[in-house]
Design a protein around this ligand. Structure first.
Ligand SMILES: Nc1ncnc2c1ncn2[C@@H]1O[C@H](COP(=O)(O)OP(=O)(O)OP(=O)(O)O)[C@@H](O)[C@H]1O
Ligand SMILES: [Mg+2]
Length: 263
């Protein structure tokens, strides 16, 4: 069965007062010290609602990856707090944090992070295998078909194109249906058709299954699949847009650019 997802599905009503799947309060991240000190995040406070699809945008170096890494427990924070549900990440010991990442979070890395010795299918089911959980076969088949990997499951990452590796990384994050998925430019290396399919699938998993997704993107069209767009600049949140269209995102980007240039 092939399911096609139209990008014309009407946007869900924004739910600003929903339940937070993840929350940062005054989150700061400083790299290095002295001459090499970089304030990657400057007291960021943000909530990502359950069953909502949020895009994060901003210039290169504005702190998008850092924000997602800190909120997913992949990087330590310098100050403030980060919560998944009501679990405070900064208070967890290593072992608990590893468990939480494995059981409750899906992450699509900017650089895929696939294991070279495993084939595509083994990479996709790796988090489930490590957790000792069985994949829901019907769901796994649907994920694999949607990302268009059915004919490549026995291939290793080195035998796959960049876009195919990215699709393996997307499928891996979706396979276990985690509480929240963070994606760092999950469609950055896909052609527009595969990108649209993956984005449509992500959006439908939010609409139909209540999945929560936070995605970094540089592309206004990709951002328009989301329910909300959060804009970062210099480690701070500078704008927040609900019910985005590609046009309204582009407009916002232009006005932010102009503000930066005149400040
Ligand atoms: N490990 C690190 N050590 C030192 N500085 C870092 C480190 N990681 C990130 N930075 C700095 O922190 C800032 C934010 O980086 P980050 O990777 O979050 O940006 P980004 O918004 O994801 O950019 P891009 O769109 O290029 O991926 C940058 O100035 C970057 O140079
Ligand atoms: Mg980045």
């Amino acid at each position: 069965m092939t399911t096609t997802y139209s990008s014309r599905v009407p946007a869900a009503a924004p739910a600003p007062a929903g339940v937070a799947a993840a929350r940062a309060t005054d989150l700061s991240k400083v790299y290095g010290q002295g001459e090499t000190k970089v304030v990657a995040l400057d007291a960021v406070s943000v909530e990502f609602q359950q069953a909502q699809f949020t895009a994060i945008m901003g210039p290169s170096g504005s702190g998008k990856s850092t924000l997602m890494h800190c909120m997913a427990g992949l990087d330590s924070v310098t100050g403030g707090s980060a919560l998944i549900g009501d679990t405070e990440l900064t208070k967890l010991k290593d072992k608990k944090l590893t468990q939480l990442r494995r059981d409750r979070i899906g992450f699509i890395f900017q650089a895929y992070n696939l294991l070279p010795t495993l084939n595509a299918l083994e990479n996709i089911t790796l988090p489930l295998d490590i957790a000792g959980r069985k994949a829901d076969k019907a769901w796994l088949d649907r994920v694999i078909e949607t990302v268009g990997l059915s004919g490549r499951l026995k291939h290793r990452p080195s035998q796959l194109s960049g876009g195919q590796q990215q699709r393996v990384a997307v499928a891996r994050a979706l396979a276990s249906r985690p509480e929240i998925i963070f994606g760092d430019e999950p469609t950055g290396n896909l052609d527009s058709r595969s990108g649209a399919e993956v984005l449509g699938f992500l959006r439908n998993s939010v609409r139909e299954l209540g999945q929560t997704i936070v995605m970094v993107t540089h592309d206004p069209v990709a951002a328009s699949y989301a329910d909300r767009v959060v804009f970062l600049a210099d480690g701070r949140i500078v704008d927040d847009l609900f019910g985005p269209t590609a046009e309204s995102v582009l407009e916002r980007m232009k006005s932010l650019d102009a503000r930066v240039r005149t400040s």
